[in-house]
Design a protein. Structure first.
Length: 234
């Protein structure tokens, strides 16, 4: 079998076209993105039957956003593998407060002031006082603030000034895309951080230009044309 020369590094080939690659997907990262979608769906879907089955089998933690850690004999299966992608996926999610009955106020929203809170595990709804006018916040702290903490509390009060509890369910939003919804394409792009390369994509990949010509131009841009000199070096 004839062994052909590999002119361009595979990492470059798998890069996005904007960054000088050919846009070929890496199977490992694509698999992670596809598994991550199920982590997202568990957190965002409400009454799906498949979710109810997982809840019945493994139980819930974090007020219903995810199942308990899968361990032991019952943890052998697809869901155990999916949960291995949970950490990076949750790093790209942000909580959206509705009723406030599934989101911890200090640990999920205002983590920097957590150590000062009198009730560190309080839900958002626990700190909302419906009896104050149109509703207001009842925040209690364990001590006085230093200068830096005064600034942080001021920022907190500013953020809460126009915020009100609603009748909508708490939810999650995806930070990796403009729509707030998980998309495999966005997740893959985040997992595959682009190379720090300025590449003139529009000068190479153009309409009405034969594919062979565009590919030749791409190789030439990377200085990887199989010239006589290169053949002799091989």
């Amino acid at each position: 079998m004839e062994r052909k020369a590999h002119l361009v590094n595979w990492e470059v080939v798998c890069g996005d076209k904007v960054n000088g690659g050919l846009g070929i997907r890496k199977l490992t990262l694509m698999n992670k993105a596809l598994l991550g979608k199920w982590v997202w769906r568990f957190a965002s879907d409400k009454e799906a039957l498949w979710k109810q089955v997982l809840v019945a089998k493994y139980g819930l933690e974090d007020y219903g956003w995810r199942t308990k850690k899968v361990v032991g004999a019952c943890g052998v299966g697809v869901w155990k593998e999916i949960l291995k992608e949970a950490d990076w996926c949750w790093d790209k999610m942000v909580s959206k407060v509705g009723k406030g009955n599934k989101i911890r106020f200090w640990t999920d929203v205002f983590q920097q002031l957590y150590i000062l809170a009198a009730n560190r595990n309080a839900l958002v709804e626990d700190l909302w006082d419906q009896n104050v006018g149109k509703g207001g916040w009842n925040l209690r702290f364990i001590r006085d603030f230093n200068d830096r903490e005064v600034e942080m509390v001021g920022e907190l009060l500013q953020a809460l000034r126009d915020f009100r509890i609603t009748w909508e369910d708490d939810s999650v939003s995806w930070k990796g895309g403009g729509s707030g919804q998980f998309r495999v394409k966005d997740a893959y792009s985040w997992l595959d951080r682009p190379m720090d390369v300025i590449f003139k994509k529009n000068k190479i990949w153009m309409e009405r230009v034969p594919t062979k010509i565009m590919f030749f131009a791409w190789e030439a841009t990377w200085g990887k044309i199989l010239t006589l000199d290169r053949l002799q070096k091989r």
